[in-house]
Design a protein around this ligand. Structure first.
Ligand SMILES: [Zn+2]
Length: 228
């Protein structure tokens, strides 16, 4: 059964080794879509997989399990299954429903898509995150979703939002590449492509200051409200 998938993942990854582990696989609704983790001791490995994994082909599930095994055992090894898993993740966006699109963010997406991607990028889910002043945005491959800090709701000039949107959409387009157990997102080519954004260096420099301004205004407002 499911536990057997984990055992097979191990024996195919390390065919020359005796397997001293017992395996358990649990599907749970508590993890992010297509998330997974493993807890282990010297004799056992327990894999928790998001419910979304249930029913996905066994080879691909073996890939995610092997990737986790390599991580916890600190080993390096090539595996067809791990490659399959990574390709699966890279193509997930095609199947993910796009039903979570904020209209304000959509406008920003459309501006940069027209201007820098010839309108060729398929729109991802676009949502507001927390009021974060350090991480401005992120892209989640598994949900095909861009999350943008609420800070940008308070910045009038749209160029800053567009700059962050551009960065995240580059992630969607460029995906990631793996070398050993490491995943790279901001490789050399990514940084080169990032330079295409018009006036990007100036915008990047100003961004910290502009966000700092919003933060200050917000603290003052809060204090003011506190007096009444
Ligand atoms: Zn990034």
């Amino acid at each position: 059964m499911e536990d057997e998938i984990a055992r097979r993942a191990f024996t195919r990854l390390f065919p020359e080794e005796d397997c001293k582990y017992s395996f358990r696989v649990v599907y749970t609704g508590r993890l992010k879509d297509y998330g997974a983790n493993v807890s282990f001791s010297s004799r056992s490995m327990e894999f928790k997989l998001s419910r979304k994994w249930y029913g996905i082909s066994e080879e691909i599930q073996m890939g995610i399990m092997q990737e986790l095994m390599l991580k916890i055992l600190k080993r390096k090894k090539k595996s067809l299954y791990v490659d399959l898993y990574n390709n699966f993740v890279k193509n997930l966006h095609l199947a993910v429903p796009k039903n979570d699109v904020d209209p304000f963010l959509q406008q920003s997406f459309e501006r940069i898509n027209e201007r820098y991607f010839l309108g060729l990028v398929e729109m991802p889910n676009l949502v507001w995150g927390r009021f974060a002043t350090r991480t401005f945005g992120s892209y989640d491959f598994k949900n095909d979703r861009v999350t943008i800090s609420k800070v940008f709701q308070d910045i009038e000039d749209p160029v800053y939002l567009d700059y962050v949107m551009f960065h995240e959409i580059l992630h969607k387009q460029r995906k990631f590449f793996k070398s050993g157990n490491k995943t790279y997102y901001h490789d050399k080519r990514f940084k080169m492509l990032e330079k295409v954004f018009e006036d990007g260096e100036r915008v990047e420099k100003e961004l910290g200051r502009v966000v700092g301004g919003v933060k200050r205004r917000r603290t003052i407002q809060k204090k003011f409200l506190g007096w009444f």
